[in-house]
Ligand binder design. Sequence first.
Ligand code: GDP
Ligand code: CA
Length: 315
Amino acid sequence: MIIALAGGVGGARLAQGLVQVLGPDKLGIVVNVGDDFEHLGLQISPDLDTVMYTLAGIHNAKLGWGRAHETWHFMETLEQLGGETWFRLGDRDLAVHVDRTRRIRAGETLSAITAGFCARLGIRHSVMPATDQRLRTRVLTDIGELDFQDYFVRRRCEPAVRGLRFEDAQSALPCAALGRLIAAERITGIVICPSNPWLSIAPIFAIGELSSLIDAHRVPVVAVSPIIAGKAVKGPASKIMHELVGGSDALSVVEYYGVRVDGWVIDAQDAALAGRVEAAGHRVRVTDTIMSSPERARQLAVDTLALFDELDAAE
Ligand code: GDP
Ligand code: CA
């Protein structure tokens, strides 16, 4: 079984490609929960929802979050009442948060709730929160330490990032289904999706048992670069990369993940960097990594998975 590590939009796009290539018994998707928070009394899991909506084909491709054919009556009414409106919740989306919150309060785990929603939405693959326990990303910035969504949404990533802290990550355990896969040694490979390395993937790595699985080199790890020609396709990855490591291209991401990654997929626009990625000890594939359609996502998934065979053959 391959597991794919995903944040929101970049992770969801590659997940959409991978599910076209690997059956539900061959692929599980492990999703960041560092962005999760409580808002308006609701339990919100932005990355899980982006992955879930994308795999169900009901995501809002234009916004990059939330649902297609969304309406905003709740938000408009909240604004009229003078409520908090900095975090946008569409009417359809709202049902997920309301029901997730009800089920959490009734004692269900986030992974059981997610599995239930996914089944209802016709998703056959397992979508797992990295952990069922509380794990919160805190952003250390030039104006102080901020809650993740305060930094990301309310302040639009404007403060300069000095560091990140993944609260409660060390003691967090992988969610039960993922824990079982690890214990039974059923994981044969890990794909790191082209999600934001610092905001989306680092909180997953911060979970002790997951990092030891990877650091002990028990399974091959293949990653797709979220940085193309020195820029993020979407979001603040490139800004954060500048602030934290001073780098400006895919090589900075390669260096950041270091020996954790065996094989890299980089974009054709970065073909000139391939030699240096190889020199750093990785296998490299150069291909078109912009997933502008489900078909392109499928092709990138095929190319990414082919790296596992190359790594196998090289051993
Ligand atoms: P978020 O949680 O919604 O911010 O999303 P992620 O962390 O999963 O993804 C954000 C990253 O995805 C950004 O760094 C983007 O550059 C990257 N990304 C988005 N779409 C694509 C794509 O089509 N190809 C590649 N290679 N990266 C992408
Ligand atoms: Ca996210």
